[in-house]
Design a protein around this ligand. Structure first.
Ligand code: PMP
Length: 414
């Protein structure tokens, strides 16, 4: 097992004190959202107990303190992904909002009818639907890089699909449905070699592995706080300085302007130009505590821990008759997400049997309906890991799987 002490980390998460259906909680749904450590919960309540004030232009003590802690979160986010500066980090609510901001602020301004947005067959609906709306509005085309038989996106496939008309290549660094890790820097290079910008959907990558936007060279990175220990309601869009400067605002209102007349306005500097209205103050403030926690764990140790547990999950599933596992067979090519189906059993039924054992797994299409169609399935059951999962959780998962097979008589002789 890795050096990372998950059992110790677990003690920092109060939710593990509760029981589910009389059993200890086994949480294997972190790809959907993660549990929160005490330090994040404390930071959130501390904001409202001690600091609460609206930010921007406040001259009183509370407003100044509030602004300081929120700007510290922005600076920590910048450091966490190795951005050039905190001003490259735009506060948004989540990955979905970050991608929509690019669609509205960048693509609507810079793309012409007939030009193309390229995505991959792995994408979450959040990285498809905004481009479909854009396509309808602006007459641009949406095209996809095909995945191979193990659900991988290769640079060769991207190179074959991209065209001189492609202005943006938007792809996920890690698939939430299959766990596939993409060769991010190579895909960015494919985009740049073809004259397109690259947007990385980092919703699943950023919480689990070291992220370095400058090493990747990407133009945009979108991610959500709630998948990395922070409260829901805060996320970021990273943008290269020169790219953000050439973007239009998406939402208009307070905070994003410099001067306003009745007939026109001028815009605030980046990133404030993209942050209209009052943000989720407490959530933004508490984001920094999540970064502190992850940095104290060490992202390399965390990745090693998840990789070891992923291998164990795969071992549980692989030997089983009647079980299909999706995604890359090599754990080095996947994050801590394992999607599977049990022959003849609806994923929802699989999920309910697991729940009866106190084991939380997600079931369904995972917001990836086109990918599910490609895999010729309506959905899957999915176990996903984080720093608080242990070998005992994998053992509970194995018990859940055994119960599913016994209950539905899967693999039993006729
Ligand atoms: N992209 C990926 C790869 C995701 O896994 C998710 C969340 N499941 C999203 C985008 C959307 O994230 P959010 O709901 O936080 O906007």
């Amino acid at each position: 097992m890795s050096a990372f002490d998950a059992a110790r980390a677990r003690a920092d998460f109060p939710i593990f004190n509760r029981r589910v259906r009389g059993k200890p909680l086994v949480y294997l749904d972190s790809a959907a959202t993660t549990q929160k450590p005490n330090s994040v919960i404390k930071a959130l309540t501390a904001y409202y107990e001690r600091t609460n004030a609206n930010i921007h232009r406040g001259v009183h003590t509370l407003a100044e303190e509030g602004e300081k802690v929120i700007e510290e979160s922005r600076a920590k986010a910048a450091r966490f992904v190795n951005a050039e500066s905190p001003s490259n980090m735009v506060f948004v609510r989540n990955t979905t909002e970050a991608i929509n901001l690019v669609a509205h602020g960048w693509a609507r301004k810079h793309m012409r009818p007939g030009e193309e947005v390229l995505v991959t067959e792995l994408e979450h609906h959040s990285n498809l639907v905004p481009w479909q709306l854009l396509a309808k509005d602006k007459g641009v085309r949406l095209r996809q890089v095909p995945v191979d038989a193990e659900g991988r996106v290769t640079a060769e496939a991207a190179r074959r699909t991209i065209t001189p008309k492609t202005r943006l290549f938007a792809f996920s660094a890690m698939s939430n449905a299959l766990g596939t890790l993409s060769p991010v820097a190579d895909l960015v290079k494919v985009a740049h070699d073809s004259g397109a910008l690259a947007l990385v959907d980092g919703a699943q990558w950023v919480p689990h592995m070291k992220t370095d936007v400058r090493a990747w060279g990407c133009d945009f990175l979108a991610f959500s706080g709630h998948k990395m220990l922070a409260p829901a309601g805060v996320g970021f869009l990273y943008g290269k300085p020169e790219v953000l400067e050439k973007m239009d605002p998406f939402l208009g209102g307070g905070g994003m302007i410099q001067e306003v007349w009745f007939e026109r306005s001028t815009w605030n500097t980046v990133p404030h130009r993209f942050e209209a209205g009052t943000p989720s103050l407490g959530d933004c403030a508490a984001f920094g505590a999540a970064v502190d926690y992850l940095e104290a764990c060490g992202m390399d140790a965390l990745r090693a821990h998840e990789e070891a547990l992923t291998l164990k999950l795969l071992e549980v599933l692989r030997g089983e008759a009647g079980v299909t596992v999706y995604g890359p067979s090599d754990p080095k090519e996947r994050g801590g997400v394992v999607s599977f189906n049990v022959e003849g059993v609806h994923p929802h039924d699989v999920g309910q049997v697991f729940d009866s054992e106190g084991v939380a797994v997600r079931v369904g299409h995972h917001c990836c309906q086109p990918l599910m169609r490609k895999l010729q399935t309506g959905g899957t059951a999915r176990a996903s890991l984080y720093l608080y999962n242990t070998e005992e959780d994998v053992a509970a998962f194995a018990r859940g799987l055994k119960k599913v097979k016994e209950f539905f008589k899967v693999g039993a002789k006729a």
